[in-house]
Design a protein around this ligand. Structure first.
Ligand code: XMP
Length: 326
């Protein structure tokens, strides 16, 4: 529409003004926001941009491949990959407080970006200027909920807003800072980003780390990743992807309950299904998924993921619950 064309043109112009001839990097997560932000900046300043994908090991099944293959194929951006799974796991060791997890993850992201920036400049050779700018796909609701908006309470320090280190070396470029998700999707379509990226359900930057209630370990990540993949696959098979805003699967890693599987007693972990419908994530309602679908998900998870012996459904709206459990 007219207004979308205007929003895109204006955002492109603002980025050009801010960045000038300087070098800029963009953290890519595979999600809608960072993909749209990257495509917008690419339109504005072309090959001054290098996208950086930090593989922190907290992604869902198949997501790293999606970034490295599909987004690059669709946009032709210059991509630099940082393999950081071990570093993130070490930094998160024994941490179970939600805000502390976010702060650690925000800090590790920035350290990874700083290292990537040095490498990118080194690769460019003698005429390589420093990287001055970092693009982030921060949206308006992230700003508000991190306490950055006027009169707003600090509900969660979104890892890319309240979680940034104070000695940040980059100047931030946040072309989506005034937009809501539906507007970001419209901008993405306007920029020609493929539908399966534009319509992807939101996924938080701290990834599965804030969907493990308790501390994060490689083994817990693997359990959650398998349960999550089953829930996602069944939702897609039922044709309900676009009816659901987001479908977190949460591992209650510190909780155990008694079960019986085959003819043996089990003492395993519950997972929580948290499908929600929403317009902008500021408020949400729990999704009334069909019972048959819930049954299939429950049966498959308890059959296929040995460590999980119980599947529960979260029937809380936001407020009073938030979408994520942490
Ligand atoms: P809540 O849980 O506050 O989440 O209802 C609202 C939306 O924000 C996402 N979320 C995050 N996204 N970094 C992000 O990039 C974060 O630290 C973070 N915490 C929550 C959440 O998935 C939902 O879409």
């Amino acid at each position: 529409s007219w207004t979308m064309v205007n929003i895109v043109d204006e955002a492109v112009e603002v980025v050009r003004q801010q960045v000038g001839e300087k070098r800029i990097i963009c953290g890519l997560s595979g999600g809608v926001d960072s993909s749209v932000a990257a495509a917008l900046v690419q339109r504005a300043v072309g090959d001054q941009l290098t996208c950086v994908f930090v593989d922190h090991g907290l992604l869902r099944e198949g997501e790293a491949e999606q970034v490295e293959r599909d987004f690059v194929a669709a946009t032709g951006v210059d991509l630099y990959v940082v393999e950081a799974a071990d570093r993130f796991l070490t930094a998160l060791k024994d941490v179970d407080d939600p805000e502390t997890k976010r702060k650690i993850i925000g800090r590790e992201f920035i350290r990874a970006f700083e290292e990537a920036a040095r490498e990118i400049v080194a690769k460019a050779g003698a005429d390589g200027d420093e990287v001055e700018f970092l693009v982030q796909g921060t949206l308006y609701p992230d700003v508000v909920e991190s306490g950055g908006g006027e009169g707003a309470a600090n509900i969660k320090s979104h890892h890319n807003v309240g979680g940034l280190p104070e000695d940040l070396q980059f100047t931030l470029v946040e072309p989506l800072r005034w937009l809501f998700k539906d507007e970001v999707r419209a901008v993405g379509e306007q920029l020609g980003i493929p539908a399966d990226i534009v319509w992807r359900q939101p996924f938080p930057g701290p990834g599965l780390a804030i969907r493990i209630i308790g501390s994060v370990t490689g083994e817990r990540l693997e359990i959650l990743r398998r349960a999550d993949a089953i829930a996602r696959a069944e939702l897609t098979a039922a044709g309900l992807d676009r009816d659901v805003w987001q479908f977190p699967v949460v591992l209650l890693a510190d909780v155990r309950s008694v079960g019986v599987q085959g003819d043996g007693r089990t003492y395993g972990h519950p997972v929580v299904l948290r499908p929600v419908s929403s317009e902008d994530a500021m408020t949400a309602d729990w999704s009334r998924l069909p019972y048959e679908l819930l049954e299939r998900i429950s049966t498959r998870i308890t059959n296929e993921v040995a460590e999980v012996n119980r599947v529960v459904l979260d029937v809380t709206s936001k407020p009073p619950g938030t979408i994520e459990w942490e």
